[in-house]
Design a protein around this ligand. Structure first.
Ligand code: AMP
Length: 456
């Protein structure tokens, strides 16, 4: 029987790629936490109707890319294709009474039945955030500022361009859309199937067309910017003013519409400055109408964004962003024989207690095989306890960088290694000790129960 292969468009994430992903998550979490965002995890499965009513029935996501199926009860469900609908649903269910706006962020897998290619997968991850419950252009600017900080924080400073646009509000868009539609109605023969569907369902998406003829026509088509009204213009000007104050550089692109139906007012995209095909690192926008379109009684002002994690990881790798390996092994302990093994176990524990990352070669492989492994994991020192060494409580310490070897008493070897690798490379991270508070806090019928509380 053949081993069943990976499902098309899905990736295993491990090794170096995983280290970049961890780094991205650390930078993003730090940025979000220090700006008052709390983390949310919504279910992988959502009802299909939620996505249809939010992303929009004419969007590519709903029309072509849903991983949808009927569950055992006959409910139509989807693997979530994006984060915003689920977060808005959760907010409307549980967070209306909290102080507004509510700041939320997520780092989550999403699923789109897209044609797999570099930078485009069927399961991919998004680092995203939503600010819900307040309509203030400063929040739009703050969202872009947060994105910029994350990009700079992962080493992509100067590698991106921020494009912004305003889609105004649906009411103001109406007149423009009428004119745009009649412009393309007379040039229908130049549209392909996708664009014809767009013309019928959501002509605004024509601005996003990949068709060269349409791109040319757009140069002479009616411009959205010529139809704007005072309030929208004011909102948009304020966003730009706040971006200037925050030092966020942007380019205006009046053809930018984004692929989802729910945006109004500000939309933006951070694109790869090197002009690659899959060039969007991420984007966002304001979506005040989403709550109502999924069935809530009123509009709820909201703004949000999402980065594609794989796009960022691949950009970091392409640009040669080098990461320190926090898991670098300081010490690889090798042993030969049972006495040596017994000595090496407490030594391994003591090394960890003193902040050294150490690995121990267990099992019964030969010195040659163990050395190969030590090399592969990039150990700085190799400590060998053979049968003779075990008798004398000494070891052979190999410095893999300098290529030297000395005999050292076991009682002194850790001091020697620490002196060489330097105190600053030691790791004392200890989640149990750092996060658990042990205090008696729950009182039940006079009986004191010792409880542990895990801090967020
Ligand atoms: P969207 O939710 O469509 O606004 O997408 C936000 C970001 O997610 C995009 O700018 C991409 O960086 C990333 N993204 C979207 N679709 C995919 C995909 N199929 N594979 C990898 N990344 C994606």
């Amino acid at each position: 029987m053949e081993i069943p292969p990976r499902v098309r468009g899905m990736q295993d994430i491990f090794g170096e790629y995983q280290r970049y992903f961890t780094f991205l998550k650390k930078v993003a979490r730090h940025e979000f936490r220090t700006n008052g965002f709390g983390r949310i995890t919504t279910p992988i499965l959502e009802l299909k109707s939620l996505i249809e009513h939010s992303s929009g029935e004419s969007s590519d996501i709903v029309k072509k890319e849903l991983f949808d199926f009927t569950d055992k009860w006959g409910r139509e469900v989807v693997l979530k294709p994006e984060g915003t609908p689920g977060v808005m649903r959760a907010y409307l269910e549980s967070m209306r009474e909290e102080p507004q706006p509510v700041y939320l962020y997520y780092i989550e897998p999403h699923f789109r039945y897209d044609r797999p290619q570099k930078g485009r997968y069927r399961q991919f991850h998004q680092v995203g955030a939503e600010i819900i419950g307040e309509e203030d252009p400063i929040l739009d600017a703050k969202a872009m500022y947060t994105m910029q900080n994350i990009l700079d924080g992962i080493g992509l400073k100067d590698s991106y361009t921020l494009k912004i646009n305003s889609l105004w509000v649906p009411k103001e868009r109406e007149k423009y859309l009428l004119e745009l539609t009649s412009f393309f109605e007379t040039r229908k023969h130049l549209l392909d199937e996708t664009d014809l569907a767009r013309l019928e369902k959501n002509p605004l998406r024509l601005l996003d067309s990949k068709n060269e003829d349409v791109k040319e026509l757009l140069k002479i088509a009616p411009k959205m910017v010529d139809f704007l009204k005072k309030d929208s213009l004011e909102f948009y000007s304020k966003v730009k003013e706040y971006l200037d104050i925050l030092g966020v550089k942007y380019e205006e692109d009046h053809t930018l519409v984004r692929g989802l139906d729910y945006y109004s007012h500000t939309v933006w995209e951070f694109v790869d400055g090197s002009g690659r095909t899959q060039d969007a690192f991420g984007g966002g926008g304001r979506y005040d109408g989403l709550a109502k379109s999924i069935g809530y009684k009123t509009e709820v002002p909201a703004v949000g964004f999402a980065f594609g994690a794989e796009r960022l990881i691949e950009a970091m790798m392409d640009r040669g962003v080098k990461l320190k390996n926090k898991d670098q092994i300081h010490l690889y302990i090798m042993q030969l024989g049972d006495d040596a093994k017994k000595l090496s176990l407490p030594l391994n524990i003591e090394a960890r207690r003193r902040g050294l990352n150490s690995l121990i070669g267990l099992g019964t492989p030969s010195i040659k095989v163990q050395l190969k492994k030590a090399n592969k994991v990039g150990a700085r020192f190799v400590l060998v306890i053979g049968i003779m060494e075990a008798k004398k409580w000494v070891c052979q310490l190999k410095d893999m960088e300098k290529g030297t070897q000395v005999e050292v008493p076991l009682s002194e070897v850790l001091d020697k290694v620490i002196a060489e690798v330097g105190e600053s490379s030691l790791s004392f991270y200890h989640p149990t000790r750092d996060f658990i508070i042990e205090e008696p806090i729950i009182v039940v019928e006079e009986e004191v129960i010792t409880s542990t509380v895990i801090l967020p």
